[in-house]
Write a protein that binds this ligand. Structure first.
Ligand code: NAP
Length: 347
């Protein structure tokens, strides 16, 4: 039987996920939608010819009998309440990042899920499903490059809207590296410092851009992440892991090579949606298949969402203080020990 999704939030990524569930993936359908903008919710039903009910709010959608799983893709501050209500109702939950906008909020979700007694929640950290990151992790875990010593990463966007603020470089942008990098090297974060290099003339006055985030792990690995959201030339994700015996690096996004007018050239992506399109498909297919096979999702957990929230809060503190800040996590509950650091992708 198909997993029946109710989608909360039909903006940019909500529409993308509705499209992939109803047109690309197997074993699921969208049966309900809601959005604070009811017209947007009705429009998505019409655009994708869904056989779905439009509900006035998240509570009504979560309570609906035909909904087995909720997909939370509303704006970040609304996520925690929807996820908590979903757990209360015993529904499966795929929640886009952030799981919650505060560490305390993410901890409330962790505690509610533990109390429920079974895993219900998967967080939309899709990089763990990206072919390049999966290959990097394989190389690290098979010992191909020896012990990892350093990671150099970069997250570059061509441009950002006027509403994008300095802290969003952490909470909206770095958040994906925060999740992917501790998962890659199977280590916990210890401390963070944020440095502001010379500011680009292309950033608006209120925004510090670029930023350099320096993280130390408990195991002693040094991580540098450049965030540069007005780089102009493209959407570019880089990650290089330096080990004792060698180096592994994310592949360039594959694109045709053109020879023309005395030039050898290759296009660079401009839109984030295109960079991780396969990873989005695989993560949600994995959510559907894991629930069908084992009765629980097995992708990134609420605990991973909690780690991301605590780390992001420390990074924002480091932005403001200019000094090194400690990243203090609660002890990992045994409930999350299996599957929290390993991600066996089934799709
Ligand atoms: P968006 O286009 O602004 O869409 C958010 C939608 O949720 C809008 O339609 C908004 O309505 C609606 N909304 C706001 N508050 C709501 C509430 N309380 N209940 C129901 N709906 C509500 O944003 P987006 O780009 O799709 O992002 C949505 C979420 O996905 C964000 O948390 C974002 O961080 C995350 N995201 C993740 C990735 C990824 O790579 N994994 C990529 C993009 C986005 P209005 O327009 O009327 O405010």
């Amino acid at each position: 039987m198909n997993l029946r999704f109710g989608v909360i939030g039909t903006g940019a990524i909500g529409r993308e996920h509705i499209k992939r569930i109803s047109q690309t993936l197997a074993g699921a359908e969208v049966v309900a939608v809601t959005d604070v903008n009811q017209e947007a919710a009705k429009q998505v039903v019409a655009d994708f010819k869904l056989n779905a009910n439009v509900y006035p709010d998240d509570k009504a959608l979560i309570a609906a009998e035909e909904v087995d799983a909720i997909l939370v893709s509303s704006w970040g501050p609304a996520h925690e309440a929807s996820v908590l209500a979903g757990i209360e109702a015993g529904k499966y939950i795929f929640c886009e990042k952030p799981l919650a906008t505060t560490a305390e909020g993410a901890r409330r979700i962790v505690d509610a899920e533990i109390k429920h007694g079974k895993r219900l929640v998967q967080v939309g950290f899709m990089r763990r499903y990206d072919h390049g990151y999966v290959k990097l992790k394989e190389a690290i875990e098979t010992g191909a490059i020896g012990e990892p010593l350093m990671i150099h990463a970069a997250h570059r966007n061509p441009t950002v809207p006027e509403t994008y603020s300095t802290d969003m470089a952490i909470t909206d942008t770095l958040i994906h590296e925060i999740d992917a990098l501790h998962w890659l090297v199977n280590d916990d974060y210890e401390s963070v410092q944020v440095i502001y290099p010379k500011k680009t003339k292309n950033a608006l006055p209120h925004l510090r851009d670029p930023q350099l985030v320096i993280i130390e792990t408990k195991g002693g690995i040094s991580i540098t992440v450049e965030i540069f959201v007005n780089c102009r030339y493209g959407y570019d994700i880089q990650c290089e892991v330096v080990g004792e015996e060698g180096i592994v690096k994310l592949p360039e996004f594959s694109n045709i090579v053109t020879r023309k007018s005395g030039k050898l050239s290759q296009d660079i992506l401009m839109d984030w949606k295109d960079r991780f399109i396969d990873a989005y498909d695989i993560e949600i297919q994995d959510f559907i298949d894991s629930i069908s096979k084992t009765g629980e999702p097995k992708g990134p957990t609420s605990w991973d969402g909690y780690i991301a929230s605590v780390t992001a809060a420390a990074c924002v503190k480091a932005q403001e203080s200019g000094v090194t800040e400690t990243i203090e996590l609660d002890e990992r509950p045994t409930f999350y020990e299996e599957g929290a650091k390993t991600n066996e992708v089934s799709a």
